[in-house]
Each structure stands twice: as structure tokens, then as C-alpha cells.
Design a protein around this ligand. Structure first.
Ligand SMILES: Cc1cc2nc3c(=O)[nH]c(=O)nc-3n(C[C@H](O)[C@H](O)[C@H](O)COP(=O)(O)O)c2cc1C
Length: 183
């Protein structure tokens, strides 16, 4: 019955409450463009969800305030010398303690662009995110560009459409899950 304890009927004339838009922060770094293409594809995928505000930030521009304001995060990096890129590490160094214990349980995913491997960059990011007590929502997505000679490594990258599609799908699933409150 309306008005009984436990009923959720809005009073006549009450404004409709629309749920707040959720923010997905994507922090990336790249040397030769591959990771940026992956991050943009993920951002486009997430952006298909109208209830999601996507923020795509270069690692040098991102910091703890951006982390605290995000409902979910994607970290995107090339693998360099068996590690995440230095600028993404710098972002974590600048943000880690300011956000520690303030973002527990928030969802995250990671994208890695690698010439041949990528697994150490993933391991490093996952270790930091375990410290942050974030929740991994999908296996790390590694795209291999097969760049192994100096010439290939230094050349601008073009990520194949099927790999960009995988990034877009991850972004879309992340956005939909955030919007539905699953994550
Ligand atoms: C200094 C340097 C170190 C690299 N070390 C690795 C590595 O350890 N493992 C790997 O798989 N690829 C390595 N690569 C290759 C890059 O990961 C690959 O070219 C990737 O596609 C670059 O992504 P980006 O276009 O976003 O910079 C290295 C590239 C550079 C420039």
C-alpha cells in the first residue's frame, strides 16, 4: 500500500532521480602509437553506453584525483624492457599512496601492447592493483605487434582491426557492467 513502511512510491510531484553517470578512467602511455589505438578503441566501446563518462588520459596528465573520481579504470601500456612503460609507472608512483584504502573494490582492466611478450607488464600492473585492492574484471588483453628488430620497434604501429575490436569489446563490457551496477 502506498505510504506503508517499506513502499517506494514517490510523492506526487517529486522529481525523478536519475542515477549518477559512472566514470571510466583510461590511463595510457605509448611510444609508437599502438597502445593509444588500443586505449581509444576501449574508450569508444565504453562510450557506446550512454550512462558512462569516459576519460582517456595520458599517464603524464593523470594523477590521484583522477583515480579517486573514477568508478572503474583501465590501464594501458606498451611493454618496455620487460616492464610497464616508465610514465605509467610514474603515474602509479604519484597516485598510489594518495588513493590507498580509498578505492577498495573498484573494478579495473589492463591493455598491453607488446612486441613479443607483454606478461611482465601485466604482472606489474596487477601487483600494484592488488595492493590497491582493485577488482580485475577481465583477463589482461595483450596485443602483440611482432616488433622485434630495432627498425620495427621504432616504427609507428598500426593495430589490426580484429585486435582493436577486442579492445572495443572489453571497453563495451566494462561500460555496460558499470552502468548496470554489476561491477
Ligand atoms: C625500449 C623498448 C623496450 C621494449 N621492450 C619490450 C619487451 O620487453 N617486451 C616486448 O614484448 N616488447 C618490447 N618492446 C616492443 C614494444 O612493446 C612494441 O613495439 C609495442 O608495440 C609498442 O607499443 P606502443 O606503440 O604503444 O609504444 C620494447 C620497445 C621499446 C621501445
Amino acid at each position: 500500500m502506498p505510504g506503508q513502511p517499506g513502499t517506494l512510491t514517490a510523492p506526487a510531484g517529486a522529481a525523478q532521480v536519475t542515477p549518477a553517470r559512472k566514470t571510466l578512467l583510461i590511463v595510457y602511455h605509448t611510444h609508437t602509437g599502438g597502445t593509444l589505438q588500443m586505449a581509444r578503441a576501449a574508450a569508444d566501446g565504453a562510450g557506446r553506453e550512454p550512462a558512462i563518462n569516459v576519460r582517456l588520459l595520458h599517464a603524464a596528465q593523470a594523477g590521484p584525483d583522477d583515480v579517486l573520481a573514477a568508478d572503474g579504470m583501465i590501464f594501458a601500456t606498451p611493454e618496455n624492457l620487460a616492464a610497464m612503460s616508465g610514465l605509467l609507472k610514474d603515474f602509479f608512483d604519484r597516485s598510489y599512496y594518495a588513493a590507498l584504502d580509498r578505492i577498495n573494490g573498484r573494478p579495473y582492466a589492463c591493455l598491453v601492447c607488446a612486441g613479443s611478450d607483454g606478461s611482465n607488464a601485466v604482472r606489474q600492473i596487477e601487483r600494484i592493483c592488488t595492493g590497491w585492492r582493485l577488482r580485475l574484471i577481465a583477463d589482461a588483453l595483450i596485443v602483440c605487434t611482432h616488433a622485434q628488430t630495432p627498425d620495427d620497434i621504432l616504427r609507428d604501429k598500426r593495430i589490426d582491426p580484429p585486435d582493436l575490436e577486442r579492445c572495443a569489446d572489453l571497453g563495451a563490457a566494462f561500460g555496460a557492467g558499470l552502468a548496470m551496477g554489476i561491477y
